[in-house]
Write a protein that binds this ligand. Structure first.
Ligand code: FAQ
Length: 333
């Protein structure tokens, strides 16, 4: 184990006996200061725990709701190869949701409670999944832009201060990288195809560009959580820093693909060493967050229906577990 992997308890254990809250807080602060991990059994301030549950739950919900836009094309994939790739990707997203819900459970959250909060609109999921997938080029563009943005946002989370979240992100990021590449490869193939296929790619790029930039969250000046989350080492970069990184990375990819990005203000700035770009429409972002995006109602309705349809499975699993426990108690007696 490297020093940076040492847990808070191993690094500086508070004095023997029952430590008071101030002592525990100092110990926690010192762990964060040394850039070491907080683990589930370590003491943590309530605000830290709540912030993690909020962010990780929103992330888990995004993975699960995020299965819908692409799932929409599973039955209509143009070839067996594309269908197998898409199926694997959608299944991966379900897995990501499960690792993340498990991470919230290490913080004392209850998965059923979080699902209840999602389907009653008391917890958010990413704005990006409230846009429709109109044709198969959208599948490629989701891989390229949406998974591309997810990677830029999530790679730094592999160094997040909370151990179970950071470890979940390592595996998720490896899979997201395959997702991004399959999308880009799909688009490359379409761009070598007919005029109509090339037009489809351009149209999908035009529709997904701005929503992809909004995935990084509001501008830093309007982001109530960033400062504290960075002080706690939960987030490693601000929303605007990551948005800029994504743009700088994506513009050359668009050039290689042969598509234009729908922003007349996009231009390399030699002085800054970054691309300048226009401001996304933050009124639209707020509208989508408030529940009035193109697909919000449909996404939640489908998630609610899936939850209700699955009730008998949960009941059967609980009855089976109870029966097993009863048998074990009987055998032990
Ligand atoms: N959509 O103060 P901040 C994926 C909320 S990738 C909806 O800046 P924070 C992979 C925010 O929660 C997508 N809500 O907040 C995939 C806060 O709400 P609250 C998921 C947003 O937390 C690909 C309020 O606005 N990725 O699923 C959004 O410091 C393809 C104020 O904002 C993650 O969740 C938004 N875009 O920063 C799956 C990554 N932006 O509760 C399928 C982890 C902000 O205070 C197919 N999360 N809000 O009322 C994060 O990095 C952060 O939570 C941010 C927001 C950057 C999203």
């Amino acid at each position: 184990m490297t020093t940076s992997e040492a847990t808070a308890s191993e690094a500086t254990a508070p004095d023997a006996g029952t430590p008071d809250v101030e002592q525990l807080q100092r110990h926690f602060d010192a762990t964060i200061e040394r850039d070491q991990r907080i683990e589930p059994r370590d003491w943590m301030p309530e605000g830290y725990r709540k912030t993690l549950v909020r962010q990780i739950a929103q992330h888990a919900h995004s993975e699960i709701i995020g299965m819908q836009p692409e799932g929409n094309w599973l039955t209509r994939a143009p070839s067996l190869r594309r269908k197998a790739i898409l199926l694997a990707k959608v299944q991966d997203e379900a897995g990501h949701g499960l690792y993340l819900y498990s991470a919230t459970e290490t913080l004392g959250a209850d998965r059923a409670d979080l699902t209840g909060k999602l389907i009653s609109s008391r917890q958010k999921y990413s704005s990006i999944f409230n846009y429709p997938t109109l044709n198969f080029a959208d599948i490629g563009v989701i891989g390229w832009l949406v998974d591309g943005a997810a990677i830029v946002n999530q790679v730094p989370l592999c160094r997040s201060s909370y151990g179970p979240y950071a470890r979940a992100m390592i595996r998720i990021c490896k899979e997201e990288s395959f997702h991004q590449r399959q999308g880009y490869e799909l688009l490359m193939t379409m761009m070598r195809g007919t005029d109509e296929q090339q037009r489809m790619v351009q149209d999908a790029t035009d529709r997904w560009w701005w929503p992809s930039l909004m995935m990084f969250g509001p501008p830093d000046g309007d982001s109530p959580n960033t400062q504290q989350s960075m002080a706690w080492g939960i987030k490693r970069h601000t929303n605007d820093e990551l948005r800029q990184k994504f743009i700088d990375m994506t513009v050359p990819q668009a050039d290689a693909l042969g598509v234009s990005l729908p922003d007349a203000g996009l231009a390399w700035n030699d002085e800054r060493g970054h691309y300048d770009f226009s401001e996304p429409d933050w009124t639209e972002f707020k509208r989508v967050l408030a529940g009035s995006g193109p697909c919000n109602a449909q996404r939640l309705e489908r998630r609610r229906a899936a939850h209700e349809d699955g009730q008998w499975v949960r009941d059967a699993a609980a009855a089976h577990a109870a029966k097993q426990a009863e048998r074990q108690t009987g055998a032990a007696a």
